[in-house]
Write a protein that binds this ligand. Sequence first.
Ligand code: ZN
Length: 244
Amino acid sequence: MSSTTNRVSREEIKVILRAADELIAQGGRTLFAKILKGSKEKKVRELELDRCPAYGYFKSEKLEAVMQKIDWMVDYDFLDIEYSGKLPLIIYTDRGWLIESDQLTDELIEEWKEWIDKGKKEPDMIYLKDRNRQMILLMLEKIKESGDQAFIPYLKLWYEVEYIKMKAEIQKTIGALERKEPVDELAVQERKARITKALEGSAPQDLLIKCWSCGERFTFTVGEQQFYKQKGFALPKRCKDCRY
Ligand SMILES: [Zn+2]
């Protein structure tokens, strides 16, 4: 499997993570590979997965090659597989979500800039409600850092549709823009450094596990880990001698 797969580039990691956002907890690696490949299959169209910005990014590659990239992403701790009954679903690891929430917030802010350029007056802000809270807070942080007061009217529209807790956060952002609060450059640099580090991934390693029965440590190899992950098994608690 992935031991033969080349390292996936940073650009590709980001694209794959972006595509995962459309699919999270809805499907497994085959459907996921089809989005990236740009499949015209009915299921892809029904779930509107063809509207994802990463749709068809790997259209010139074979489906099998795209699946290998996804496996690599799982091996290197960007994505994980979670079982819902017998159904394997793709989910983010903390590392994967850190990168995805960073690029997703950039994308959302870019969209606002386009709206401002086009003079869009009253966009419906309901689409930002009930999104991942940590992602929304990051978006507000970046809006604040932009120092761009042109965002204020949209923030006010957004404020109208939000819950009380988020209203307070939006209000803080509006206040910071109005007062032209200085940007915490150090925090910005630290965040960028965290993303760069996260993009390196974590190469799979053999694990040493202490056996529950005999107390000896045994090696749980990368290959075994991959097999267990695909089957949705938990880590073994006993060494091979004690297991049978
Ligand atoms: Zn044992």
